[in-house]
Design a protein around this ligand. Structure first.
Ligand code: ADP
Ligand code: MG
Length: 344
């Protein structure tokens, strides 16, 4: 049998020490980390961005099909994605957890393996956190800090009329991964003898369980001296998120269905489930791609990067927010995406 160490055998301080004892800083700005009342960070004249996100068992994740290592990785990555979405570079994170005694030390080690894997991959330091007991599910709260050259941060509210609307990577995959895992879970609960059928579904399952943040896109901007006029990461789905940029910038938009990037594996999965791939891209969430706007004069720089798709342009507010389908119909974009697809 696998070893099971009770959290109570270490005690709170023993557990914190166990989980954090191997930390080695990767950033000169990390002055003081775990072990004191607070961490100390020096940003040397850069501006600091800060973001925080909670993940709650049963609301944001299901431990029946979420490996703890992936959960640790994802809980860091989703916060780093918010830092990149400000055109900033993440430098430090804190990790706070509420755990029940259902968890062993070994289970938390697995979770932290994922946490440290993400920290290493993205070059951020874990500098603190909090640990407490939960009478219910597992609760994770991560705060991330990042640095940005003064005044180079990018908001949601500064898109300009006529700007190109761009998106990185592919959309909709994560929602299809969730649909698949929820379906297999239901089948399994009804008949535990049936093993889950996840064959050929690595892509969509990976998009849900092990998302990545788009550091490469921010590096590309720096390299090509591009500064988006507005930017955010896509966590709720393209339609809901583009509406944030429209509303906050006081503008409208026109999107083209045929330009929305959807991975071939996601398209196949959508057809298998009887779903419209575009609807999955518009309304599914958790893609953690970047959505940004740029002046048309920057178009020539964009074509160099095949990870970036131009999917539409910003219009004046009076024109509303629409999507032109492959069939040539114009629909109003709503936060729910396609549910409320009503012809205009
Ligand atoms: P305090 O009583 O000041 O809140 P704690 O005993 O909660 O201090 O934490 C001691 C140190 O360990 C602090 O530096 C805190 O940031 C860090 N820490 C606590 N829990 C975690 C955790 N789950 N992961 C990483 N660091 C943690
Ligand atoms: Mg504490």
């Amino acid at each position: 049998m696998e070893q099971r160490t009770e959290i109570s055998s270490l005690g709170e301080f023993g557990l914190i020490d166990h989980l954090t004892k191997n930390i080695e800083f990767q950033n000169a700005s990390s002055i003081l980390g775990v072990g004191d009342d607070a961490a100390v960070i020096d940003h040397y004249g850069k501006q600091t961005v800060i973001t925080t996100d909670m993940l709650v068992e049963g609301v944001h994740f299901d431990l029946m099909y979420t490996p703890l290592k992936h959960l640790g990785y994802k809980s860091i990555v989703v916060n780093l994605s918010d830092i990149y979405a400000m055109n900033a570079h993440p430098t430090q994170v804190t990790m706070s957890i509420a755990v029940s005694n259902k968890f062993s030390v070994e289970a938390l080690d697995e979770f932290y393996d994922g946490v440290y894997a993400a920290c290493e991959k993205y070059g951020v330091d874990l500098v603190g956190g909090d640990t407490c007991t939960s009478r219910g599910g597992f609760v994770i709260s991560v705060t991330a800090l990042g640095e940005v050259v003064p005044e180079q941060f990018v908001k949601r509210s500064t898109a300009q009329k006529g700007d190109l609307i761009c998106v990185s990577g592919f959309l909709g995959g994560s929602f299809l991964g969730l649909t698949l895992l929820e379906r297999e879970k239901k089948i399994w609960l009804e008949n535990p003898q049936i093993q889950p059928d996840l064959e050929n579904e690595d892509y969509i399952v990976g998009r849900l369980l092990k998302p990545e943040a788009r550091r490469d896109i921010i590096a590309f901007f720096t390299d090509k001296e591009i500064k988006p006029t507005a930017m955010m990461d896509i966590s709720d789905g393209l339609s809901s998120d583009i509406l944030h940029i429209c509303t906050q910038s006081g503008l409208g938009c026109m999107l083209y269905e045929e330009k929305i990037p959807i991975h071939e594996d996601a398209r196949q999965a959508a057809f298998k489930f009887g779903l419209d791939p575009t609807a999955c891209a518009l309304s599914g969430g958790e893609d953690y791609e970047l959505l940004f706007t740029l002046p048309q004069s920057e178009y020539d720089k964009l074509v160099l990067n095949e990870q970036i798709s131009v999917i539409g342009y910003m219009t004046e507010a009076e024109a509303g927010s629409h999507i032109l389908t492959k069939g040539g119909n114009k629909f109003k974009i709503t936060a729910q995406g396609w549910n409320a697809f009503k012809e205009q």
